[in-house]
Design a protein around this ligand. Structure first.
Ligand code: BT5
Length: 352
């Protein structure tokens, strides 16, 4: 997936911070993004800011007003200049874009509310959007999981996002995208928040044995041009869950006992996704090795519900595509490319 020169942001704002974006890339970002970036780098006089951004004092003033109305607190000190005191707990396209180190997305769009970010990204793919692009929403009214199951998307408390990609690998390898997404989420939880997640094949990320994230990858072909929509749902700041999920779901807040900075986390995740997705070709064994280390199913007795029904056995590993290899109770070795896993008991068993 190639880097793009002119990232664009739309949706509920056009603001950003660029602290980690290399300076030579700054000029490619929207002006509000560059402004926030400079403010995050340290206090700066208005005249210096205007000069660096190539803005007139009046233009700078209106950008600062836009930031202020979006919830950014900026203090003016007579000697030191402008100081960014706080950022809002809102997902804002430019804010995300500019916090990112990887510049792989052509577009980030944030919706206040939508049915499902996967639906929107699918529609963009059908309409011919080249991607890669990301669509996020503060709230989903019809968030979904696999097999048409419901995904609960508490407003303002999660990271509900979909990325449209057109991978340059043969279509038969596209199931690797789910593995790449699982690894990206896991690494982000480890590096960014110091957590110790486990991956439950094929698409769950768990904390303390409960689901904190689900991945839903959907693919389509339009006029011979295939694309994939990679949907990720992460429970960030929920304090509790409805009865039907209470025993099975958790959030980053519950795991950390504090609120999580959703914009910072979402930006870090998009960076991590770029790195993982860049490995789905020849480097895929690297993804598998990392996933194996974090898998909670390897060497475990599990039940798999799949198209062939329900079977029990012990997981021996993944094959070269990330499919599950299982030693069934009748002694046969079976491969699963999809299915629903239930862990049996807590004690790891030794695979034959
Ligand atoms: C998944 O499906 O885990 C994939 C979830 C993908 C959600 C994202 S959000 C952004 C994008 N837009 C969408 O519309 N979807 C994607 P699956 O393995 O089928 O798991 C679904 C099951 O997880 C449900 O049947 C519930 O039991 C449980 N569940 C629902 N909401 C949950 C939540 N918020 N946290 C944890 N578990 C949940």
């Amino acid at each position: 997936m190639g880097r793009c020169a002119q990232p664009r942001t739309t949706g509920s704002g056009a603001l950003a911070d660029l602290t980690t974006v290399p300076p030579d890339l700054h000029k490619e970002l929207p002006v509000d993004a560059r402004l926030l970036s400079l403010l995050r780098a340290g206090d700066m006089l208005q005249s210096e800011l205007a000069q660096q951004l190539g803005l007139t004092p009046r233009e700078l003033e209106s950008s600062l007003e836009a930031l202020h109305s979006a919830g950014f607190e900026i203090e003016i000190h007579p000697l030191r200049g402008l100081n960014l005191r706080s950022s809002p707990d809102k997902l804002i396209g430019d804010d995300l874009l500019s916090r990112m180190q990887c510049r792989w997305l052509r577009e980030i769009t944030v919706f206040q509310s939508t049915t499902s970010t996967n639906d929107l990204a699918m529609q963009r793919g059908i309409n011919g959007a080249e991607g890669p692009l990301a669509i996020l929403a503060e709230s989903q009214t019809a968030g979904r999981g696999r097999f048409g199951r419901k995904w609960m998307s508490a407003p303002g408390e999660g990271v509900w996002l979909s990325v449209l990609v057109r991978p340059e690998i043969p279509f038969l390898h596209w199931s690797r995208i789910t593995s790449a997404a699982g690894l990206a989420v896991t690494l982000c939880l480890e590096k960014h928040l110091g957590l110790q997640p486990a991956v439950k094949w094929p698409n769950d990320v768990l904390l303390d044995g409960k689901k904190v994230c689900g991945v839903l990858v959907e693919t389509a072909h339009v006029s011979g041009s295939p694309f994939a929509v990679l949907g990720i749902g992460i429970n960030a700041n929920q304090s509790c869950f409805p009865d039907e999920l209470r025993d099975r779901a958790t959030s980053l807040k519950i795991a950390l006992n504090r609120n999580v900075d959703r914009p910072a986390f979402a930006a870090a995740l998009l960076d991590e996704l770029e790195r993982s997705l860049s490995l789905v070709g020849d480097s895929f064994p690297q993804i598998l090795r990392e996933l194996e280390k974090r898998s909670c199913v390897i060497n475990r007795r599990i039940d798999v519900h799949s198209l062939i029904g329900r079977v029990s056995g012990t997981v021996v590993g993944f094959d070269e595509e990330g499919h599950l290899q299982m030693l069934l109770d009748d002694g046969s070795l079976q491969m699963f490319s999809a299915g629903e896993v239930t862990l049996n008991g807590n004690t790891p068993s030794t695979a034959a």
